[in-house]
Design a protein around this ligand. Structure first.
Ligand code: MG
Length: 389
């Protein structure tokens, strides 16, 4: 059977516990309402979706759902949940099943929907549920515990709740006026058995502001590359480490080719140009400069622009000397300069098998990729920085 279910999304809640409209709060760029409706669009077993909303929000809801396929109608809901569902039911096409879903459950998965649909097709009435994690106390009045029900018998019920339409109509009739916090209650009251299917803890209902997941923060990647010539009479400095060798790198600063590639990757990710722009080699201030100090300036600049490093991965291309023993110290030093934990920094060394300018020992090259994320508003320092204070 194709399209045997009409979905009613109940979007009539007053959000009084939130202090703002939870249905329109953005979650990863989409509203909770749109996500809750979208979960049912395009399913072969769904005829379409009817959304029941508060009368004064009808226009907003229609606008919010613009472009989604399978929307059959947006109807004005009533004061109570059943009234909204009833109003929606009146415009539903003639399908054998209806599914009632909370608009404030935007994280419902395809699997949860598959399972509850299947269960309802077998039994006539089903709802997804999860075992309760906390011990639940029965305390009428809220002051004294009267008893503790056996937790193994308790389940938290979710939506979508799926019913054969004739059973649901019969339950609605016999419930006349009685208040129900979910649709299963109506059937239970009418003596109609309701089966449970496997729900998902992720399919929770947004009720208070803490339930809204933090926005996924924007991230950026950047790439850095640098080369310096090896020459006699200079110190070899890589990642801030002084490495004993008969030659060193030539440059206006300390010519720390690794740290330069790291800075360029970070500046690149933040679209802030390159180190030549920030620390020009025509400026005598940077003659012999300690590149790790310059890296700290780059880190400060990133913070000022609202970016913070997530991680970086660098490769030094060098025929001689062997750098492996120095890599852990470089990693620590660069991580500290960026207020990152050492596992946010990876440094590798390779040779080019004697080929090219690195192979002949004429120079050393370094590559780096870095990732940045946008700091949260008001966030002044990273966790690592806080730990260091
Ligand atoms: Mg350089």
């Amino acid at each position: 059977m194709k399209g045997q279910v009409t979905v009613i999304v109940a979007a009539g809640g007053s959000s009084s516990r939130m202090g703002f409209d939870k249905l329109f709060c953005p979650i990863g760029g989409k509203s909770a309402l749109r996500r809750s409706v979208e979960a049912f669009c395009g399913r072969p077993d769904v005829r379409g979706v009817v959304v029941a909303a508060r009368r004064e929000r009808l226009k907003d809801v229609e606008k919010e759902l613009e472009g989604l396929p399978d929307i059959l109608a947006v109807t004005a809901g009533g004061a109570q949940r059943q009234d909204s569902v009833l109003a929606a039911l009146a415009v539903c096409p003639d399908t054998p099943y209806i599914a009632v879903h909370d608009a404030a459950r935007p994280f419902v998965s395809r699997e949860v929907i598959d399972r509850v649909f299947q269960k309802a097709f077998e039994t006539g009435a089903a709802a997804p549920a999860v075992p309760v994690k906390d011990t639940v106390k029965y305390a009428p009045g809220g002051e004294w515990v009267k008893e503790t029900p056996d937790r193994r018998t308790l389940y938290a019920v979710q939506t979508p709740q799926v019913f054969r339409v004739d059973l649901y109509r019969r339950a609605l009739q016999s419930a006349q006026g009685r208040e129900a916090t979910d649709d299963c209650m109506l059937l239970e009251a009418a003596g109609i058995p309701v089966a449970l299917s496997e729900g998902d803890y992720a399919n929770y209902k947004i009720t208070t502001p803490e339930d809204i997941p933090k926005e996924v923060r924007p991230m950026r990647v950047g790439h850095g590359y640098d080369v310096h010539r090896l020459t006699e009479g200079r110190e070899l400095i890589l990642g801030g480490e002084h490495i004993p060798f008969e030659k060193g790198l030539l440059g206006h600063s300390d010519a720390d080719v690794l740290t330069h590639a790291v800075m360029d990757a970070l500046l690149g990710a933040a679209a802030l140009g390159d180190i030549g722009m920030h620390f020009p080699d025509s400026d005598p201030a940077y003659a012999g400069a300690d590149s790790v100090q310059l890296l700290k300036k780059v880190a400060a600049l990133l913070r000022q622009k609202g970016w913070r490093p997530v991680n970086l991965d660098a490769t030094i291309v060098c025929q001689r000397p062997r750098l492996a023993p120095w890599l852990p110290a470089m990693r620590e030093r660069l991580a500290a300069a960026l207020a990152l934990s050492p596992d946010g920094v990876n440094i590798k060394a390779t040779t080019e098998e004697g080929l090219g300018f690195t192979g002949s020992g004429e120079g050393v090259a370094a590559h780096c990729v870095a990732m940045l994320e946008k700091s949260a508003p008001g966030e002044k320092e990273t966790l690592v920085e806080r730990r260091r204070l």
